[in-house]
Design a binder for this molecule. Structure first.
Ligand code: PHE
Length: 344
């Protein structure tokens, strides 16, 4: 049989095998069989060595031609097998596009975070800077520089968890105000709010917890008056409890402010007429405030003859309880999703 005839026969045989082949693995065997080192095509090549140069050229052409034809045939089969396997897979994995997708519930911030962020937004809009400080504080910053020297009786109201003789878990965020005044070096005006966690040795009852959150504010400048404080507090009250709120200032006492006031807002339920929520007073107490005591300004490097300031302290849990009628402060901390999900 001539070489050409042999090649033709091989091509026919290859075609037949490819038609029957169903798997990739078989395809590799076929390739080895028809194009590999031990294939008949290779044998034909080897047989050429006894031919004349002319014959060699001719035969070589046939064989090379055959090689590329066989290769192309095998590649085509490979592509066909791949397409078939994708098709089979698709048929198997039919998607029912009418089925509802998986339920990815979007979470939300904790109700206390929501209140803090909303107050931050309000104050940032009025040009305040947000300042934070450490929860582990020195006695000096937490008490002494706030006009609460050692053995001051008002310390009892806030006495806290001492870690060592001079360090404690801060009882309010006022030490951040001290830190800021010191940082500003008694020269720059101060306009800050300080949100954060505070700790007190309070009785744990429905409205008290040994750990809670505050936002305190401090403004120190050259012409700061009590009316600035009152105007600011009124904006806060309206922001939190809705427009048309009245506030009322009652004389109070804090060592770090003079004069000091307790701030009430007209009851959200009865608008001042009197109801069980406000204990028939028409007002609800929301925060403490006052004009910064000269001793506090001085202790942090501000000359009280030039600078005055006002400060206020908001209890975040207390606000949330008033705003939403929550009766037990522990609800904020026990992470019951049924409670938390109500504040979307
Ligand atoms: N630091 C006070 C407290 O925690 C709150 C307060 C701040 C009162 C500023 C007056 C002025 O009780």
């Amino acid at each position: 049989m001539s070489t050409q005839a042999q090649i033709n026969a091989l091509e026919k045989a290859l075609e037949k095998e490819l038609n029957m082949c169903q798997k990739f693995a078989e395809l590799n065997d076929i390739k080895a069989q028809y194009l590999g080192k031990k294939s008949q095509l290779t044998d034909l090549m080897k047989a050429m060595k006894d031919s004349t140069p002319e014959e060699k050229r001719e035969l070589g052409q046939y064989i090379n031609q055959a090689k590329s034809t066989f290769n192309a045939m095998i590649e085509a089969k490979k592509t066909a097998l791949e397409a078939a396997s994708v098709r089979a897979k698709l048929n198997q994995e039919t998607l029912d596009l009418s089925l509802p997708g998986p339920d990815y519930t979007l979470g939300q911030s904790h109700v206390l975070t929501q209140i803090i962020e909303s107050i931050e937004d309000l104050f940032v809009g009025m040009g305040y800077v947000i300042k934070e400080g450490p929860e582990l504080e020195s006695d000096a910053y937490n008490f002494e520089k706030l006009n609460l020297p050692k053995d001051h009786p008002a310390r009892d109201m806030q006495d806290s968890f001492y870690i060592s003789k001079h360090t404690l878990l801060r009882t309010h965020t006022s030490p951040v105000q001290v830190r800021t005044m010191l940082e500003y070096g008694g020269k720059k005006p101060v306009k800050i709010i300080c949100p954060g966690k505070v700790y007190r040795r309070d009785d744990d009852d429905a409205t008290h917890s040994h750990q809670f959150m505050q936002i305190e504010g401090l403004v120190v400048d050259k012409n700061t008056t009590m009316s600035d404080l009152k105007g600011t507090l009124r904006i806060v009250a309206e922001h939190l409890f809705g427009a048309q709120r009245e506030i009322r200032l009652r004389p109070s006492y804090f060592p770090f402010t003079e004069p000091s006031v307790e701030v009430d807002v007209t009851c959200a339920q009865c608008h001042g007429a009197g109801c069980p929520m406000c204990k028939h007073t028409g007002y609800i107490e929301i925060l403490g405030a006052g004009m910064v005591h000269d001793a506090v300004l001085e202790a942090s490097g501000y000359d009280p003859k030039i600078y005055q300031g006002f400060a206020f302290g908001i209890g975040v849990e207390r606000l949330a309880m008033l705003k939403y009628g929550i009766e037990d402060i522990r609800n904020f901390y026990i992470n019951d999703l049924r409670f938390l999900k109500q504040f979307k």
